[in-house]
Design a protein around this ligand. Sequence first.
Ligand code: SF4
Length: 64
Amino acid sequence: MSVACPSSALEVVGPRLVLDLGRCTACGRCLELAQGLGSSRPEALLATRRRANLVVSYRLGDVK
Ligand code: SF4
């Protein structure tokens, strides 16, 4: 299932929210839509030699 991300960097897969930082253009749309839900966001390294390291996922109940 796709979420409101213009570059398809965000995806809901079962009970998890998957963020692909390799696709994210940092447009900020998801942050605008999430206003009021809190300011914490998953941390990930942006410099890596492995593409897979740019994809992180979180249990939906844990995202604040
Ligand atoms: S900032 Fe959010 S909405 Fe924009 S491309 Fe990245 S994940 Fe998608």
